[in-house]
Design a protein around this ligand. Sequence first.
Ligand code: SF4
Ligand code: SF4
Length: 390
Amino acid sequence: MSGDGLKMMIRERAQAFGFTLCHVTRPEIDQQHIDALQRWSDAGLQGDMQWMAEPVRLERRKNPATMLDGVKSVISLAMIYSPPQYTLAEANSSLSSGVITAYAHGDDYHDVMKKKLKALAAELDLMLGKYDQRVFVDTAPVLEHALAEGAGLGWQGKHTLTIHKQHGSWFLLGEIFTTAEIEPDQRAENHCGSCSACIDICPTQAIIAPYVVDARRCISYLTIEFDGFIPTELRPLMGNRIYGCDDCQLACPWNGHAAKGDGITIDYLMPKGENNLADLASLLLLDEEGFRIRFRKSPIKRTKRRGLLRNVCIAMGNSGAAAFVPGLLNVLNDQESLIRGHAAWALARLCDQERREMVLSALVLQLAQESDPAVMQEMTSAIKDIKEAL
Ligand code: SF4
Ligand code: SF4
């Protein structure tokens, strides 16, 4: 069978498993991406994700051939998901709701994609003969956007995500590494041009230069990966984003025509309405069991309850809605220090004249019982801010 005929068959089977885009490249990263990765790591822009800077993992990212002995080809695959069902303006004005990144509106993509990649790999065994294969979805040290660009699946935009001319960037990437030799596709060309919409819109100015995201400022990192007290100067900039952030994608002109989910036949991630502008008040009421049940199949379980409710407290603090005060007072003695600390911050932001005494006495009482130094600092600052403001 010709190289093209074989690839056509692989593509057809990939589409049957839900991968709209399927391209092939060699297990190599071009020098430009290698240099950019090294500069990013040297500058410490990975934040607390120290594993990303570990020399072994860095080397693996730069050299995909180290991920599988004898690997000859990398099949780069994209699974499209439903874009947000709201505009940026609607998300920003929906103050009683929390914005969750669109890929997390439904089931956990790791589970969904891994199963489908393994099934596709099993079919490749039948198609190609017996070769070694490994499948990856996001968790291994694989430079997936650089591989996708090399495979011609799409180009890496200035916000560092992969863009396809027709489908925009509302998709997730996975890879099959194989020892089979498959004809590679042509590298994708970059079509960002002079556009800077993503850089301009970013609420925290996390895109510090074209193609360079400072993870320490990026809301996706802060709300999902970071497990600590979010720097106070960044909290007001996060608005109501409680799990990830789609702002740079929503602003990207290439997503204009993809906004209604063009080209998507089935969204295998099964988005759920309750995560589409989620109700902040009910999220803050979740206990450990409630969180576990609601997010059992969702990628949101990654933040654990303490991370999500920390983010909810920040969104409430940014809402200007004093109606959230009673709920925040209720979690001021939560078992999780992250929640107690961020609730104190939010209370200081929402406290008006009418609630001043009630909030102050709750904070003072709680501070007297507090033993965590970070929370004590949050509560002390909150008390000071309230006293100075009113
Ligand atoms: S995800 Fe949000 S915070 Fe991160 S770079 Fe994009 S717009 Fe900025
Ligand atoms: S918004 Fe503009 S600069 Fe940013 S990724 Fe899209 S096309 Fe490129």
